[in-house]
Design a protein around this ligand. Structure first.
Ligand SMILES: NC(=O)c1ccc[n+]([C@@H]2O[C@H](COP(=O)([O-])OP(=O)(O)OC[C@H]3O[C@@H](n4cnc5c(N)ncnc54)[C@H](O)[C@@H]3O)[C@@H](O)[C@H]2O)c1
Length: 122
């Protein structure tokens, strides 16, 4: 396993992207915010815990383009699952899963890091 995709590059996904790249994986990060993508690709605003890393050697690339996931073996989903009127809103997560489904290869492992309530039924 060499290629990891991380969807949602926020509080959870961004450090995870850096750490998996630091540990030798090729990492494609996907986020819907241009500013986030730009920060990662330009290696700016890195959390202080990660500032010892030599960023120039990392295989870490951020994009909005889901087609870049075609050779990925593991995808970790870290998008928000907010509560709205005391109910979980899984819309973002569900849309991301649909987008992933159009591009992944057979056998790809998908890990859901986003919070989902046990036995939640819309
Ligand atoms: N914060 C924690 O300690 C923690 C721990 C474990 C799990 N979680 C869960 O992980 C999930 C993410 O939490 P977070 O704190 O990192 O959230 P966050 O808001 O910091 O980051 C979410 C990221 O997802 C991106 N995003 C939003 N919509 C998107 C879309 N449609 N496509 C691609 N990217 C999109 C945002 O731009 C942002 O960069 C939540 O479900 C949360 O409950 C959080």
């Amino acid at each position: 396993m060499k290629n990891i995709g991380i969807i949602g590059l926020g509080y959870v996904g961004m450090p995870l992207a850096y750490l998996t790249a630091y540990n030798g994986y090729n990492v494609i990060g996907i986020d819907n915010r241009d500013e986030t993508i730009s920060k990662i690709n330009n290696k700016i605003d890195i959390p202080k815990e990660l500032q010892q890393i030599n960023y120039s050697e990392l295989n870490l690339y951020a994009t909005k383009d889901y087609t870049k996931l075609k050779d990925i073996e593991v995808i970790i989903i870290c998008v928000p699952t907010p509560t709205v009127k005391n109910k979980p809103d899984l819309t973002i997560m569900e849309n991301v899963i649909r987008s992933i489904g159009n591009h992944i290869k057979k056998g790809c492992l998908i890990i859901l890091e986003s919070t989902v309530a046990p036995r939640y039924d819309q």
